[in-house]
Design a protein around this ligand. Sequence first.
Ligand SMILES: Nc1ncnc2c1ncn2[C@@H]1O[C@H](COP(=O)(O)OP(=O)(O)OP(=O)(O)O)[C@@H](O)[C@H]1O
Ligand SMILES: [Mg+2]
Length: 196
Amino acid sequence: MLYGRSAEISALYEVITRARDGFGGAVVLRGEAGTGKTALLDAAAARGGAMRVLRTTGVESESDLAFAALHQVLWPATGSLDALPEPQRAAVRAALGLAVGGAGDRFLLGAGVLSLLAEAATPDGLICVIDDFQWVDRASADALLFAARRLATERIAMLLAVRADAPVRGVPLTVDVRGLPESAAAELLESRHGVG
Ligand SMILES: Nc1ncnc2c1ncn2[C@@H]1O[C@H](COP(=O)(O)OP(=O)(O)OP(=O)(O)O)[C@@H](O)[C@H]1O
Ligand SMILES: [Mg+2]
């Protein structure tokens, strides 16, 4: 149960419903530690109905490990790799450690990530959740943001959460997650600790 977040949930839900209708897009949740970004991502992702959910979380200890986050988000979708054009398939397979080749061509990887997400969005649409973006390794971030900027005709909603000051380049739609309003904070305290 989330208290006092109806505006934020509505903003995320709008991105999700538009994506389900074929007008995909990305949105960034931005806020200080503990303000409720992950809780909002969970609540929004649960509202997608039949839409598939793919998810990754940046981890500080893996932020220098190229493709760590990409591996986590795409691994459940690798069964669709055969649908990709060969150059894109080769780039994604190399990034995910399924073939030798290393980092390769950044354009082909970005295009391949978009193609694979589009495959994963069949038939009911896709919610792609990227939490703790500030710790997503640079190589994964580049490829995911390349895809994020090209979702307009896909049935894909990309929801990103990031700590306050970290940059997320090229995703114009941002929802600021501030501290809860006093009344909602009191309700939350009451529910957790019986005080209010
Ligand atoms: N609106 C809310 N109503 C009820 N519980 C909430 C609400 N917002 C946050 N919480 C709870 O507060 C705690 C912190 O929230 P959360 O983990 O989502 O913060 P965060 O912004 O993701 O923090 P971080 O930047 O450290 O990842 C969690 O236990 C979460 O369930
Ligand atoms: Mg969090």
